[in-house]
Design a protein around this ligand. Structure first.
Ligand code: DAT
Ligand code: MG
Length: 149
């Protein structure tokens, strides 16, 4: 089982989409093992998006992600990293398939509603950047027998 880091960005929170987005991952069958609302500091944003430092959109990306509260959560399940990326859709919402989160709710690339880790390595790094060990919860679910064969 994998864990991945997901985050409803400030536009998703402002547009009252946080519940809808979390709900998609719940309904899919993934287990939520961490969940909180926070306001990202500039330092955290620069760390989180470190791979994009120096790119032309970096400053506006950091400005945007720190512009309002986000809802951060961690899901656990089979192939969680790539499955969550597929559920999010392409980075540019106009190019994202209609059934995906970005495809369903977004238009501009700089307002694409959700973040999700792009690899197991980024997932581990991002989870530890945003969550303390004691904020992640381990529990079993009866329903897992109806989700996994
Ligand atoms: P993703 O969020 O799909 O992992 P990414 O890691 O390449 O995409 O970029 C991080 C965020 O930066 C992305 O969600 C939106 C913004 N972004 C990426 N490419 C951009 C571009 N060409 N112009 C403006 N914003 C961009
Ligand atoms: Mg990325």
């Amino acid at each position: 089982m994998e864990r991945t880091y997901l985050m409803v960005k400030p536009d998703g929170v402002q547009r009252n989409l946080a519940g809808e987005i979390i709900s998609r991952f719940e309904k899919k069958g993934f287990k939520i093992v961490g969940l909180k609302m926070l306001r990202i500091s500039r330092e955290m944003a620069e760390k989180h998006y470190g791979e994009h430092a120096g790119k032309p959109f970096f400053e506006s990306l950091v400005g945007f992600i720190t512009s309002g509260p986000v809802v951060a959560f961690v899901i656990e399940g089979k192939d969680a990293v790539s499955a969550a990326r597929d559920m999010m859709g392409a980075t540019n919402p106009l190019k994202a398939a209609p059934g995906t989160i970005r495809g369903a709710y977004g238009i501009d690339i700089g307002r694409n509603i959700i973040h999700g880790s792009d690899s197991l390595e980024s997932a581990a790094r991002e989870i530890s950047l945003f969550f303390k060990e004691e904020e992640l919860v381990e529990y079993s679910r009866e329903v897992d027998g109806w989700i996994y064969e």
